[in-house]
Design a binder for this molecule. Structure first.
Ligand SMILES: Cc1ncc(COP(=O)(O)O)c(C=O)c1O
Length: 498
């Protein structure tokens, strides 16, 4: 047993680490799974007394509204999150979908035992000005291993700032096309400083109802999931918002209707591009391959291929936001690989499971002048080192295959539950382990998620009524079975059946 800590708030801060686990150099997935607890175990209600005590210390300086409980990150391991009261929960939500190889993976722990990696991290460079001797090789490695057939990479800090700068790149590319070889005029230079035309032109990004692209100012104008994200923030009024396909499930029984939905959404996109031409031309379209925060809304490969054709026809830059879908959870490295697009997208943004954030992009979307897409750090070598390690583990452990296997089992298990409890669940959908199922209404969805937590499963919701599954890539068939057993027990209790 690796837990050796008496659960008091003091011991949580000065806790001993699990030496056996962390010093395991030849870490394979098997080792990681062997070190996990055999299943969830709950000692207190959540948040428990230790969590509450620590939260009371934060209360005066921190908005506690969204905090569920305090986590012991030294004890959390593999697919299990362990809280300050030693409650052990199977984690199907993984820090809002950001942990690709689970908690405290030994390969990640090893990364910073390497002195040169450690130095890259502690001497944090302004990468846009003073990259280290290791940086060209690291960028080359990342591009070679995972670029979605795009030749450029721009590192950033988080999902929103990756999208924010992708949007800026689309505007710059649009104007560069118009300007051709000529330099900026004096009028453009002077007017830009004062937020006026022609230096600050009327250009727009088309986004979709239900989308979530972040909470910075431009991305917020493209975000349409919850009012609470947007309230009181001025927005770009002339940026068009199209309808994202919302299909009827099961897909096999609603093919004709869903095709009609695709058609009408695509017609709307083209109509909005035309309509905006003389008001605020559309320079770019930003879209999630699966709308995640907005409720796990899927659009068909056909929809995406046609959307790309519309972009090509109207010279609009296509930005695919893979912040939540990227790095393997759908069973392919990038979700848009499922769509078989005839061309790579112009820009693909990433963050979350990648640890490193930023965007891959085409030559055309790389501005000629320096410092236009720029900030102080331009990323963080520490996060890039973690990504390199993650990619190594994904490859050596065939984690995309694991995701496909676990996804299949999870999907068929949920399908059985949906058939068994049709009064509770509907509209199962997903790719890989990136699977969601709806409850009939938000109160029921929230009850299911709360009861899962009481029974040792950390899960998450999205949209109005979806239960979303975002386990780590190391979530195996055995974890699927543990989860489904607990979910079934809860559904049975809620339905009042014996
Ligand atoms: C698709 C998508 N884009 C962008 C973001 C914003 O990322 P961040 O929270 O890192 O700014 C999110 C976050 O959930 C997301 O799901």
């Amino acid at each position: 047993m690796f837990l050796k800590i008496r659960p008091t708030p003091e011991s949580i801060i000065k806790t001993e680490i699990c030496v056996k686990f962390l010093s395991n150099q030849a870490a394979s997935l098997k080792n990681v799974i062997e070190e996990e607890p055999s299943g969830p175990s709950m000692k207190t209600s959540i948040p428990g007394p230790n969590s509450l005590e620590l939260m009371s210390k934060l209360k005066n300086v921190y908005n506690l509204g969204a905090i569920q409980y305090i986590v012991n990150y030294e004890k959390s391991i593999g697919n299990y999150i362990i809280d300050a009261d030693d409650n052990v929960l199977l984690d199907t939500f993984t820090q809002i979908s950001t942990l690709p190889i689970g908690y405290n993976h030994p390969a990640l722990m090893e990364s910073f035992k390497n002195q040169s990696n450690l130095r890259s991290m502690i001497n944090r460079p302004a990468l846009g000005v003073y990259p280290g001797v290791d940086w060209p090789k690291r960028m080359e490695n990342i591009l070679k291993q995972v670029s979605p057939k795009l030749s450029k990479i721009t590192p950033m800090m988080c999902g929103a700032c990756s999208n924010e700068n992708a949007i800026k790149s689309a505007f710059m590319a649009y104007k560069a096309r118009e300007r051709g070889a000529r330099e900026f005029t004096e009028d453009e230079k002077n007017s830009s400083i004062m937020n006026q035309r022609p230096g600050c032109p009327d250009l727009s990004i088309l986004s979709f109802k239900g989308a979530f692209h972040g909470r910075t100012i431009a991305t917020l104008s493209c975000t349409h999931s919850l009012y609470i994200h947007k309230m009181d923030i001025p927005s770009f009024q002339n940026w068009p918002i199209a309808t994202y396909p919302l299909y009827k499930y099961p897909l096999e029984e609603n093919e004709r209707e869903n095709k009609e939905i695709d058609k009408s959404c695509l017609e709307e996109v083209e109509y909005l591009i035309e309509k905006n031409k003389n008001i605020c031309p559309v320079a770019g379209i930003i879209i999630e391959p699966i709308q995640s925060e907005g409720g796990d809304n899927h659009a068909s490969p056909d929809f995406f291929r046609n959307l790309q054709a519309i972009c090509k026809k109207h010279s609009v830059i296509l930005i695919i936001d893979e912040v939540q879908t990227g790095c393997g959870p759908t069973g392919k490295f990038w979700c848009h690989e499922h769509f078989d697009l005839p061309h790579p997208p112009d820009i693909v943004t990433f963050s979350k499971k990648m640890q490193m954030a930023g965007f891959f992009h085409s030559e055309e979307t790389m501005p000629e002048q320096p410092s236009r897409i720029f900030n102080t750090w331009m990323g963080d070598p520490g996060k890039t080192i973690l990504l390199e390690t993650i990619l190594g583990v994904m490859k050596s452990e065939n984690l995309l295959d694991q995701v496909q296997r676990s996804g299949k089992r999870l999907y068929s298990g949920l399908e059985k539950l949906q058939n068994e409890f049709p009064e509770l669940l509907h509209s199962l959908r997903g790719r890989g382990t990136f699977i969601a199922v709806n409850a009939h209404g938000r109160p029921l969805r929230d009850t299911i998620i709360n009861n899962l937590k009481k029974n040792g499963v950390q899960s998450g919701g999205c949209g109005q009524e979806a239960i979303r599954h975002r386990p780590a890539l190391i979530f195996q068939e055995r974890h699927v079975d543990i989860y489904l057993d607990i979910l079934r027990k809860i559904l049975k209790e809620i339905s009042g059946r014996n």
